[in-house]
Design a protein around this ligand. Sequence first.
Ligand SMILES: [Zn+2]
Length: 274
Amino acid sequence: MQHLEVNLPCGLERGGRFLRTARLRPVSGADEVALADAPALAASRVSALLARCVERIGDERPALADVRELFIGDREALLLHLRRLTFGEALPCVLACPRAGCGETLELPLTVGALLVPPVAEPRAVHETELAGVRVRFRLPTGKVQEAAAELAQREPAVALAELVAACVVDVQDRNGERLDALPAQLVAPLGAVLETLDPQAEMRVSLTCVTCGTPFEALLDAATLLFAELGSGRIFRDVHVLASRYHWSEAAILRLSSERRRHYLALIREEAS
Ligand SMILES: [Zn+2]
């Protein structure tokens, strides 16, 4: 099986040090079956998939708890590398023009490489910034924080973003050096913007112009949506059905095939049928 060694934008923190390399294997049929049984929330599915396919971070074998401790941008980068390893470099993407009444769909010839950002020069466990005279020490959001915010978003979408930002705060001091209990509400959005600039891989934006109406717009992409759309919900079961019917292989044998090999046999079956 093909493996890939990659650099993480930040890395996994271990006592002030950062483990900045990871080794991945491609998504297998067995992973797709496990994903079909995984929690419905995208952030939790990302954790489940990474825990299976990331074989090493530094020289550790990561568990589910470790991939949940990774920063959001590192998780996005790992998903993009997994996408490359499983389906290749080209990442065609279809976006709809946001202008009311236009409805044009634009095909973007994206590549995985174009979406990956360079690693951060010096990752830090705790950052510090001053917002409107208030000193804030904070951490970058992890997968665990993202999962909690996504779960909250289902029940109380209006407060989920503020909760995500609040979960990152270590401590807050006013201009007199007095410790505050929490981040003032008016500083949630500014701190959110700071988090974005410090973890650029977490927010992948593409700028484009509609070919029909000329409207320029920006779209936010996320690697989980792109990858899960390709892995498809339950597609693996149809694949097993088709291959088992034709070749009489066991389910276990089919699930052991690489995704590439599976697609190859399915293409042959289709070719023969036409
Ligand atoms: Zn348009």
